[in-house]
Design a protein around this ligand. Sequence first.
Ligand code: HEM
Length: 490
Amino acid sequence: KSKRRPPLPPGPPGEPILGHLRMIPPKDQEIFFYQWGKKYGNVMYLRLLGRPVVVLNSAKAAIDLLDKRSANYSDRPPFVMFNMMGWDSGLFIMPYGRRFQRHRRMMQRYLAPNKCLEYQPIQNREARVLLQGLLKDGEKNSDNIIRRFSTAVVMRLTYGHQITSDDDLYVKIADDVGYALSNGGSPGGTLLEYFPFLLKLPSWFPGGYYAGFARDHQFAIRELHEYPFEEVSKQMEEGTAKSSFLSTHLEAYNRGEDDPQNTIADIKGAAGNIYCAAADTTSATLSMFLLAMIVNPESQKCAQKEIDAVVGSGRLPEFDDRASLPYLECMLHETLRWNNAVPLGIPHLSLEDDVYEGMFIPKGSTIIANTRGMTLDENVYRDPTAFNPARFLPKPEGNAEPYPDGPFGFGRRICPGRYLADTSIWIAIVSILATLDITKVVDVDGKEITPKVSFTTGVTCHPRPYKCTIRPRSEAARLLIEQADISDDY
Ligand code: HEM
């Protein structure tokens, strides 16, 4: 209210007390914010029950604030819903501070680019298991097979556990946790965040749905933290534990050599967070990739042509091929851009008052980086809703557009698993395209059915179920998949 204070960022008029609460839809908020952004600008101010919220719709604004002024913009708002589910030792909702720094250190050490090179044998093996699964049962079960791949990679790193069957309890836990994350509403965006008294109401009471959902899914988050911990502790006693994030930290803890501030709850929480953050986001991205292949057969053919020229038909692709496959590189980035798996990121919170381009951003503002809005920015991407990997290629083959900023977040909160995610997604998509054709299903009249492109609403956003056909590209490809070596040499 000070006369000298610059104006707040523009935004639509809100209602007294409630602010914009009733105007924001519970679903597809990223598209809603993007459309509002066209009218009100790339830095938009909203109020939810008196709490300031700033939505960033351009990559420039997100980089200027969240990257360049990260000391001020790296806190998190309280997440009532996730706390209630049991994520209180998870880095992703942890307030900025000493504990946050300890957790980040643990993750960054284990997930640094050079450490990720060590994990490539795991990713190679699991990509082959993925192909075998898709060949055998992909048409009926592609989502589960993809989830198994994403889960298997991270499970091996985090707990040293190798999945051997679909009935594996770890897979069941991953499924339950994935469901809780992708159907529990937008992060920080449910009514619970503003009316914590709803926590006490039954789920049938108006507005009580998400409290009921959180209560019903506490079991999944509890199992995620407890079951692997008990298993790994037992294996350590028996001397059979494989090296993993959890065993490394527990051993150091038992020897008194871990960070002295770390408690068992910290170690369990960090492991649980790696597992859940990695499995669901990676599988959502791969599911998005398959959907993109079904509806964009030309892009699929282009990538296959490139792979055939470099890899040939006598072997499966390897990480060493990566530098020779520029179109495939574009396809990976286009998958992350087209419909990114975490479209609203995870909200940040500002610690101090700030002024940006003449606009006042009050201390305690929830900052939402609308990554989906950024990837739809027509000033940056021509025909932004189209899936077109060639857009990133230099002119004249492409349009020299930049890879998207933001699918992995910003600043001091940027995803610490991005290098692992990048290599997991790359080996999965190159292996699929080298050996399999993904096409539309046809109905009884022989007419192709184009799946609807629509998504769930949650922290991670998955395509809604779709059908496709998955066939080996040739007899040689079928043999390559069936005879692939899946021994564990990690
Ligand atoms: C395609 C896959 C992935 C996507 C799209 C993704 C995206 C994101 C995004 C948008 C954030 C929020 C960043 C911010 O607040 O600015 C995030 C945070 C996080 N991600 Fe990922 N991620 C992926 C894979 C992974 C993997 C593989 C791991 C671990 C192995 C991981 C671990 C985390 C953790 C621990 C956080 C919380 C960081 C913090 O709050 O400081 N993610 N991720």
